[in-house]
Design a protein around this ligand. Sequence first.
Ligand SMILES: O=c1ccn([C@@H]2O[C@H](COP(=O)(O)O)[C@@H](O)[C@H]2O)c(=O)[nH]1
Length: 275
Amino acid sequence: MNYQALFEQIKKKRSFLCVGLDSDIKKIPAHLLNTEDPVFEFNKAIVDATAEFTVAYKPNIAFYECLGAKGWISLEKTVNYIKENYSDIFLIADAKRGDIGNTSKMYASAFLENMPFDSITVAPYMGEDSVTPFLEYDNKWVILLALTSNKGAFDLQFFEQNNQRLFERVLEKSQEWGTKENMMYVVGATKAEMLGDIRKIVPEHFLLVPGVGAQGGSLQEVAKYGMNNACGLLVNSSRGIIFADSSEKFAEAAKEESRKLQEEMELLLKEKSLI
Ligand SMILES: O=c1ccn([C@@H]2O[C@H](COP(=O)(O)O)[C@@H](O)[C@H]2O)c(=O)[nH]1
């Protein structure tokens, strides 16, 4: 999916919601645990309930790889199900990979070639040769960690030299590697006040913004400082949607939570005259 197609999807759905499939086996409703593949059954129900309100899904790979081979099978079934049934939805592998070039190539092949992901999150700290192998695929995206939502972001990402903070250096330097057509950045919703500074460096790029919902970030603040003329935002909520309820009604609850976020997003898109 290219930049314009993603913006078209946002306008069509009146939403810039990304639902995070952090499908922790320990939190999956009990009645699903005696099915053959509880994680897949859970994801399928969540996807069917939320697809009308969302433009992207983001399985966090940790919740699958921790289950070994079984987890990889659940992940593969999930992403194939989404691509087969909701082909317009943007798929993000939240894998946070990046290694020497030779190894990054293998990670890129795993997620962008052998699985139908549109994008993968990548850690930038090994530099250009660790990132560019992910950029070799047409219509696929790298989502580079820039300013993360967690407390530990203050340990390194605000380190300043020559009046430039490390996350700003990441934003600036990486523009030599990719473009707004194949690179996005992760910026945590918990640091929405930094979005003004971030937009000075990357005014047009899409930003993947986790941290609303369970981490307490504000959707309104994110839109206020981060929205651009193509929306330029994919705002993720994982636990706040998928674990809104732990009973047999979990999918209805997820639908309701994603509907609420979509309705707020519709208002924000209207305020900016994008729809
Ligand atoms: O800075 C970051 C980068 C990634 N994440 C991931 O996003 C989701 C957030 O989940 P919630 O349940 O909505 O808090 C999760 O997969 C994180 O690993 C992030 O939160 N912050």
